[in-house]
Each structure stands twice: as C-alpha cells, then as structure tokens.
Design a protein around this ligand. Structure first.
Ligand code: TPP
Length: 357
C-alpha cells in the first residue's frame, strides 16, 4: 500500500533515476524532468483509475478526467506559493493531487464517502482543499471565474502577496461570467489590484463543440486583449515550456498586481466525461494523431534522449504511482458512507448554529 505520500505537500519525484548525465534542456535539471514525469504519471494513473471506477458503476454523479492536459497543471503548480490560491472548473482532480491533497481522500470523495476530502458532499466536480490552496472545483461553466477574480482583488487589498491561478476552458470563455470578470480584472489591474493569472486551457473542445463551432472569433487571446489583459500562447503539451512561462509570468503578476493570461494549447485525449463513449464530434484519426504529442510521451522521450534516466527508472516511477492509485481505490471502496449528522454541517458558514436556530 503506497500511501506514504498522502500528506506530502507538492509531490516530488519518487525516484531520481538520474544517471548523472545532463539533459539537453537549458535550465532544466535531470532531477526536475523526473519530478515532472513523476507528477504527470501520478495524475494520469490516478485518472485512469477514476475512469475505471466510474465505468464500473462505483462512482455516482459525473466525472471528467484530465488525461492529455497534465503538462498544464504540472508546469504551473510548480510555481505555487503558500499564499497563492487556485480555482478551477470540474476537471479538478489533478489540481488537488498536485497541490498535495491526499489521493485516498480525493478518490473517496469521488465515491461520495465520509472519508472524502469534503466528506462526500462534493464529488468529482467540487473538490476543495483550503489548507493546500484549492478553492474548488466548480460545475457551472464559467461560474468560478468571477470568484477567482474577486479573490485576487481581496488578496491585493489585504496585501497577502499571493496570486490566483484561475483555470478555465475554451468553452467557458464564451460565458457571460467570464466577460464581466475579465472586464473588472483588467480595470482593477490598472491600479495593481488584480493578481490573477488566467489560465485558459484550450483543449479544443467544450463537450462536443469545437472552438470553430463555438465562436466566429477563434483568436481566443483577443478576448483577453479586449479587456486590456496581456496574454501569451504556450504549448500545453510541453511541460518544460509551460513551466518556463509559469515561473516568468507568475513572478510578473505577483510583483505588479496586474493580471496576465496564458492560453495553454492542449488536447483532451479522453472523452469529455467518463460517461461519454461515442465521441461523434471528432474522428478516431484525430485522437490518434493528437496522441503522438501526448505530454507524457513527449517528456519520456526527452528524458531518454537526454540520458536523464533509463527505461527501467521510468518503469519504477510508473509502478509506484500505479500502487498509489490502486491503494486509493481500495481505501475509497472500504470507507464508510457519510454519517447522517453530516447532512447539516459545512452547508453555511455557521452551519450548526443556523440549523439549530
Ligand atoms: C453554465 C453551464 N452551461 C452548460 C453546462 C454544460 N457543460 C458542462 S461541461 C461543458 C463544456 C465546457 O467546456 P470547457 O470550458 O472548454 O471545459 P473542458 O470540458 O473542455 O475542460 C458544458 C457546456 C454547464 N455545466 N454550465
């Protein structure tokens, strides 16, 4: 049972695996490449386990995995500081795991168990882990964007020194909530009062609707520019590129209080949700082609080419993470349902008092 990392803040590499050779990536050590690899494999294998559990009918509600997008959160959350806050939509398992949420509790949450990270009340789409900086997990597309921008305003006002990493999809950018919030972020940024790092995860689709079928203006960056927010497009399949941009731009946002937007060009390799099998909106060939740039495959090749580790070391990392995912499933399955008394707790800020009033 490999649950030892469950309380580890920001997971590090399970095995250095490095043979001492210098990788050919400027500024990135062999150790760092392996740390990224470990984190990406951790997320991928956990997500595969989630998808399996859902399809076996063991997880209720709905469930969306992050398969194909791992390089985005891994590259960005490497810059996380304890005073920062992270907020995202419903594709939120990776963010929780990478911030240090215990995998057992994340899996148990999906199962709706009392041992879940929000005691079984949130499910897959509503993970929260305030001590580790995760302010949710939201199911309403675009609904969390004003919350993230408001949070950044509060942080600037209280001079906490933190920034908000605000993740959302290419579907969400067409929601009215985005436009209201982006307008205020740009405006507040003029006086250094909005340290929001917008992270648009352009995975090409909002459910079955491609970007081309969702908007006449497919230049999504222009939707930041129109609110006075600078933006940069980054290869979201390349963890090193994501990480370089993340460090540079999070530093800039932290120092200036001016929002900035990253458009991470990525691809959702898995179906939209675990219940989707048909995928009529895209061809098998397209997915096959995209898999050639699977972020884990790309990193693996880079590690091997650079001599940063050999295949055996990578297999050791995969095996360790498979054990973590399997242990999380066992934990979730064996956990009790939430206690009935929990029905009224954590619903309002002063839940017990409100209930007894
Ligand atoms: C306000 C609202 N409208 C519609 C939906 C149904 N819905 C769920 S996911 C989704 C697609 C969103 O796509 P995107 O923001 O690109 O995120 P992705 O799933 O690609 O990560 C839609 C339309 C919803 N949950 N909320």
């Amino acid at each position: 049972m490999a649950t030892t990392q469950s309380s580890t803040k920001k997971r590090k590499s399970a095995s250095s695996g490095a043979n001492g050779a210098k990788p050919d990536v400027p500024g990135v050590s062999a150790e760092k490449l392996l740390e990224f690899y470990n984190q990406m494999v951790y997320v991928r294998l956990f997500e595969e386990a989630c998808q399996r559990a859902f399809r076996q009918g063991r997880v209720g509600g709905y469930l969306h995995v992050y398969i194909g997008q791992e390089a985005v959160a891994v590259g960005l959350l490497d810059t996380y500081q304890p005073e920062d806050r992270v907020i995202t939509a419903y594709r939120d398992h990776a963010h929780a795991l990478l911030l240090g949420s215990p995998p057992n509790e994340v899996m148990a949450e999906l199962y709706g168990k009392g041992t879940g990270i929000v005691k079984g009340k949130g499910g897959s789409m509503h993970l929260f882990d305030v001590p580790n900086g995760l302010m949710g997990g939201y199911g309403i597309v675009g609904g969390h964007i004003p919350l993230g921008v408001g949070m950044a305003y509060a942080m600037a006002y209280q001079q906490t020194g933190g920034i908000v990493q605000l993740y959302f999809g290419d579907g969400a950018i067409h929601n009215g909530a985005y436009h209201e919030a982006a307008n205020l972020a740009g405006l507040w940024g003029k006086s250094g009062m909005n340290p929001t790092l917008f992270i648009l995860e352009n995975n090409q689709y909002g459910m079955g609707t491609s970007v081309e079928r969702a908007t006449a203006n497919t230049d999504l960056g222009s939707k930041f520019a129109s609110y006075g927010i600078e933006h940069e497009k980054v290869d979201g399949m390349d963890v090193v590129a994501m990480n370089e941009a993340a460090h540079r731009l999070s530093k800039q946002v932290r120092e200036t209080g001016v929002p900035f937007a990253i458009e991470a060009m990525t691809y959702r390799i898995a179906p939209h949700g675990a219940a989707d099998f048909l995928e009529k909106y895209r061809s098998k060939e397209e997915v096959k082609e995209a898999r050639k740039r699977d972020p884990i495959g790309l990193l693996e090749q880079r590690i091997l080419d650079a001599g940063a580790a050999d295949e055996e070391a990578l297999e050791t990392i995969r095996k360790a993470n498979k054990e973590i995912a399997d242990a999380a499933v066992t934990f979730a399955e064996e956990s009790p349902d939430p206690d009935i008394a929990e029905l009224y707790t954590d619903v309002y800020a002063d839940s017990p008092e409100v209930h007894s009033a």
